[in-house]
Design a protein around this ligand. Structure first.
Ligand SMILES: *Cc1c(COP(=O)(O)O)cnc(C)c1O
Length: 363
């Protein structure tokens, strides 16, 4: 077989350690996973009640239009139903966008370090990629603009950025959008939108009227606590959504996912509560870092990127043996740091104790 050229330099996705896996390997009774930015408070009771009391037609193909969910989301965001595209996680939408717009003659611009799927999918399509290094954890948007050439098809913006957690100031984003030619798609990946507490932050969906070439990615995986169901969505101009819909597989989201996401939307209070609890706990991480003179990036998400006093892989391994699964920055393009999902109060207290031991061993 003659595989696509790009595949020779790629590796299959390697999943992180599971709780069960770590329990067995390190003989631990209790293991806390703070590695994938899942919601430590679970999901809405509306969803849990629905799952225990409802029956769905399992033998029938899903509604390929996700009508119930589409109506609710369109109303929530004040957009037309044709402005929304659903994906099997926002991950899938990233691949749909790349399939639709990229080939060997195309070019795309993205931040680094950031979410790896932008580069991964662009590579598969054979496109030229320009990665713009972050500056102090922040997008260097002027450099993104300077990288535009006549082949540029997609500009990626991860806001707040994974793995640094930084939020782009609204005025900076506006200036950037004003400068990007209107025939280039700007993807605003906002997987952590629901966690943002900066009072100056503006809902970018309101920018669509002025900038019809933007596409906003949101997900039910993070703040809604529904990562296992794999459902995310894009909001953009209907003409852009129509083109992407030509690529989308007819039944890319499943009946259960559509149903639970619809239920979750009925309970905004759950997400608001999680946002508030998360902010409280985020402050504890900031204080912890300050007290221990460790650098921490300004996060507007449910994770932090925090400095460690040794190699990040060694630090992650140490915390693992203490029952905490976190992500080493070595694999994320941020050596010397760990990316830690902000847990519940109790989980974080335990993590800080383990972190204290890590500091004691390295000082
Ligand atoms: C988690 C994450 C996603 C993927 O979310 P899914 O909807 O679960 O596929 C996308 N972008 C960023 C930046 C993320 O952190």
């Amino acid at each position: 077989m003659k595989w696509k050229e790009a595949l020779s330099t790629m590796k299959p996705y390697k999943p992180g350690r599971s709780i069960e896996d770590v329990k067995e390997k390190y003989q631990l009774d209790e293991v806390v996973k703070l590695a994938s930015n899942e919601n430590p408070y679970g999901c809405s009771t509306h969803v849990v009640e629905f799952l225990t009391s409802s029956s769905l037609p399992f033998e029938i193909y899903p509604d390929g239009h996700a009508t119930i969910l589409r109506e609710k989301l369109a109303e929530k965001h004040g957009v037309q139903e044709e402005a929304i595209l659903f994906g099997n996680g926002s991950d899938e939408i990233i691949s749909i966008i790349c399939r639709a717009l990229l080939d060997e003659d195309a070019h795309t611009v993205m931040p680094t370090p950031s979410f790896p799927q932008y580069a991964h999918n662009a590579k598969v399509e054979g496109a030229a990629i320009t990665e713009i290094p972050l500056v102090d954890g922040q997008h260097n948007l002027d450099a993104h603009l300077a990288a535009i050439d006549e082949r540029t098809q997609i500009m990626w913006v991860c806001n707040p950025n994974n793995p640094t957690g930084n939020l782009i100031a609204h005025k900076d984003l506006l200036r950037f959008l004003e400068e990007v030619p209107s025939d280039i798609l700007v993807v605003l990946d906002e997987a952590y939108y629901e966690y943002v507490t900066d009072p100056l932050h503006v809902d970018s969906i309101s920018l669509l009227e002025r900038f019809p070439n933007i596409l906003i990615l949101r997900t039910f995986s993070k703040a809604y606590g529904l990562a296992s169901f794999r459902i995310g969505y894009a909001v953009s101009s209907p003409n852009i959504i129509t083109e992407l819909n030509k690529i989308r597989n007819p039944f890319n989201t499943n009946t259960l996912a559509i149903a639970v996401a619809s239920k979750a939307l009925e309970n905004d209070v759950f997400v608001e509560k999680c946002r508030a609890l998360n902010e409280e706990q985020r402050k504890r991480f900031e204080t912890y870092a300050e007290n221990n003179r460790l650098h921490i990036y300004d996060s507007q998400t449910n994770f932090v990127l925090i400095e460690v006093p040794c190699d990040a892989d060694a630090a992650a391994e140490f915390l693992l043996t203490n029952g905490y699964i976190v992500r080493s920055g070595n694999a994320l393009g941020t050596p010397g740091y760990l990316r830690i999902t902000i847990g519940t109060e109790e989980q974080n207290t335990g993590l800080f104790h383990a972190f204290d031991r890590l500091l004691n061993e390295n000082r």
